[in-house]
Design a protein. Structure first.
Length: 168
């Protein structure tokens, strides 16, 4: 059983990379895979391409492609896995950032609105945008997209707001 601030965690998740943007995920994967295959295949190029001036140019292009793909993927990974939503029986906590972290905590009893927004494709893959507002704010304090099981989040919060803290 996972605990957060001494309370039982009812929901813990971060945005889904693949389900949020499968085309970008596939593009980065192919870019990294193709560059990696190029590095491995570099030693098997015909002789004219392994001699000067071609050898450094081809190898540099392969390494730069791999580095570019890895840099883009790593940046996206940190952005997604640096955003976390934690729900306990008493509070909703949104943590953003890996190195520089900001945290928004809202007591479940103080939540005035929960909005779940799912476009057609998001509904098919089970993700959505979750927005949470507290009684002391005029806008959304927590706004996070690409979250798995958004209806479950809404149900947990509504159950807590109405006094029945279920473990569903």
């Amino acid at each position: 059983m996972r605990r957060y601030h001494g309370q039982k965690v009812l929901y813990f998740s971060f945005p889904s990379m693949f389900r949020t943007d499968p085309v970008r995920w596939l593009l980065y994967f192919i870019l990294i895979l193709a560059a990696g295959a190029g590095v491995l295949a570099y030693g098997r190029l015909p002789e004219p391409f392994t001699e000067a001036p071609y050898n450094w140019g081809i190898f540099l292009a392969i390494v730069l492609t791999a580095g570019f793909g890895l840099a883009l993927y790593t940046r996206w990974w940190f952005k997604n896995y640096g955003s976390r939503l934690v729900l306990t029986q008493e509070e909703a906590t949104f943590i953003k950032g890996v190195f520089n972290t900001s945290m928004t905590e809202i007591r479940i009893a103080d939540i005035r609105a929960v909005e779940v927004d799912q476009r057609f494709f998001e509904k098919l893959v089970g993700i959505g945008t979750i927005r949470i507002a507290s009684a002391g704010s005029d806008g959304w304090e927590i706004d996070i997209s690409g979250m798995p099981s958004p209806a479950k989040v809404r149900n947990i919060i509504n159950a807590g707001r109405h006094g029945s803290n279920s473990d569903d």
